[in-house]
Design a protein around this ligand. Structure first.
Ligand code: NAD
Length: 517
């Protein structure tokens, strides 16, 4: 392990002609001799490298976080001062949004317009929101007085200790912000393990917070794989909470491992979200909305609208217009501002998507659009798949039940609104859903029947900071964003003072009886 103390600087240094990211532990940049090579999915070329954690780094990061918590200056800092640090980091991020969005687009294959607006723009707003929330949050509340025993008191919202965050590769910026900032706002220390394919944002965030005045040890970022490094962090006895975003399969394992020491667990997992078009929908709006829902970031979004439910009477017209619109989409270089959809993440992800496309054909669905590699010399390298539409899908097929995590849409028809609701809810997942209609009252009536944490009417991917985001059913436990997001990282302590003058009214007086005179 080699350390370099951090001065005001960005997280990356240049090594072998590409940016090299070191980890951030106990307020210092930490490098390793063994490195990860981060590949640009659009070209297959190495775009950066990063340090590679061992379990010793996990232990060092947890120990640093534990020391910072025990020493207590951060958790005892006035929340207004904590918020000021987040504000300064948000302002510095805002000044570097274009540059950081470019790095994220290069790492993830995400089209630059998406990376700028949703990939980095949203998390920047979320950081500002968490700063505001830190100032406004009721850290102490009066305890209600009830029952025969007269007491006065209050409830303190206390931090838990060391909170661990584990993030996926698809939206590395939002997930890093959601897992770290509310936890630190509540006075906890954080160890964040990021996916080795997309390390840059979290490490840039560490640099920004460092420069903004965050004390050493409060925020630590390590880069490592899941099965060894992630698992070691989850099982660590000195970690009190795990906030995990990833697949439902891994989430199940995280929950089981966390149960060994009864850690609190927040899980943001997968989805198979239903997008319900009612027969009075504005078709132009709904066609574009359906594409936005399933093809954003090449379908690699947990809340993707991957099941499209169409009224049988509108099916043919809708699908024809959907395909015509897909033909106008520009797929290609993620860094070209004209690009609508970029590459998929990795060879493994490409294989998974292609396997599901083959499965869809075997299951008897009709491949109505796409299914292959876009044509052109620019697609000879990197990992590419066309936006793909299956029609004739029944909800029992695996392509309608399993998360593909690629730009693959399953179109299912229905005959009545009741049937649409039944199909939409017939899923192990419950992350998001959508309803398209020109009649708001009708759309709301359907939205209220859908089993999902977020339901968007005539919209999709609304990840507003003001709205809680999280899953029903096997899509997760807990909520990120929204007015209650700090609650998830606090525990309640009730402090009461017994004010009963008369001994017989005190609880122990009732139990022990009146003392003999
Ligand atoms: P993944 O579950 O394979 O990995 C997610 C993270 O967990 C990575 O950092 C990985 O290294 C780590 N990990 C893997 N095995 C682990 C283990 N045994 N113990 C601890 N950590 C481990 O998921 P992915 O392929 O990186 O991401 C895609 C998945 O994430 C999709 O299912 C998607 O729906 C989900 N996702 C959900 C949300 C949400 O908010 N609900 C957001 C983004 C992504």
């Amino acid at each position: 392990m080699t350390d370099e103390s951090v001065d005001k600087e960005v997280a990356a240094i240049t090594r072998n002609g590409v940016p090299h990211y070191r980890m951030y532990i106990d307020g210092a940049w930490v490098d390793t001799s063994d490195h990860y090579e981060v590949v640009n999915p659009a070209t297959g070329e190495i775009c950066e490298t990063s340090a590679r954690a061992t379990t010793d780094h996990v232990d060092a990061a947890v120990a640093a976080a534990g020391r910072a918590f025990a020493e207590g200056s951060w958790r005892k800092t006035d929340p207004v001062e904590r918020a000021a640090i987040f504000d300064r980091a948000a302002a510095a991020l805002s000044a570097r949004t274009d540059e950081i969005a470019t790095t994220v687009a290069r790492e993830t294959g995400m089209a630059i317009r998406t990376a700028g607006a949703l990939g980095v723009g949203f998390p920047m707003m979320h950081l500002q929101y968490f700063a505001d929330l830190t100032r406004r949050f009721d850290w102490t509340r009066s305890a209600p007085i009830a029952g025969p025993v007269l007491h006065s008191g209050y409830i303190r919202k206390e931090p838990l200790g060391v909170c661990a965050g584990i993030t996926p590769w698809n939206f590395p910026a939002s997930t890093a912000v959601w897992k770290s900032i509310p936890a630190m706002a509540a006075g906890n220390s954080v160890v964040l393990k990021v996916d080795e394919k997309t390390p840059s944002f979290a490490l840039e965030l560490a640099g920004l917070l460092h420069d903004a005045g965050l004390p050493a040890g409060v925020f630590n970022v390590i880069v490592g794989d899941g099965p060894v490094i992630g698992e070691h962090l989850v099982r660590h006895d000195d970690v009190s909470l795990i906030s995990f975003t990833g697949s439902t399969v891994t989430g199940r394992r995280v929950m089981a491992n966390a149960s060994e020491s009864i850690k609190r667990v927040l899980l943001e997992l997968g989805g198979k979200s239903a997008n319900v078009v009612l027969d009075d929908a504005d078709i132009d709006l709904a066609v574009d909305g359906a594409i936005y829902a399933f093809a954003l970031h090449a379908g690699q979004a947990c809340e993707s609208g991957s099941r499209l439910l169409l009224p049988a009477s509108k099916h043919d017209e809708f699908v024809a217009r959907l395909i015509a619109r897909l033909q106008t989409m520009k797929i290609g270089d993620p860094l070209d501002p004209a690009t609508d959809m970029g590459a998929v993440m990795s060879p493994a992800q490409l294989k998974r998507i292609r396997d599901y496309i083959e499965l869809g054909k075997e299951e008897g669905a009709t491949l109505a659009y796409g299914g292959g590699t876009p044509s052109g010399p620019e697609f000879a390298q990197g990992y590419w798949v066309e936006p793909t539409v299956f029609t004739g899908v029944s909800n029992g097929m695996r392509i309608a039940q399993e998360e593909i995590f690629g730009p693959v849409l399953s179109v299912i028809t229905y005959d009545s609104v009741d049937e649409a609701v039944e199909i939409a809810n017939d899923s192990a997942y419950g992350l998001a859903a959508g309803v398209w209609s020109t009649d708001n009252a009708r759309a709301i009536a359907v939205a209220e029947r859908l089993e999902a944490g977020s339901v968007w009417i005539n919209d999709w991917h609304n990840m507003s900071q003001y709205l809680p985001f999280g899953g029903y059913k096997q899509s997760g436990i807990g909520r990120e964003l929204g007015p209650d997001s700090l609650e998830e990282f606090t525990q309640d302590k009730s402090i009461t003072v017994d004010l009963s003058g008369d001994l017989s009214k005190r609880a122990y007086g009732i139990v022990l009886g009146t003392p003999p005179s």
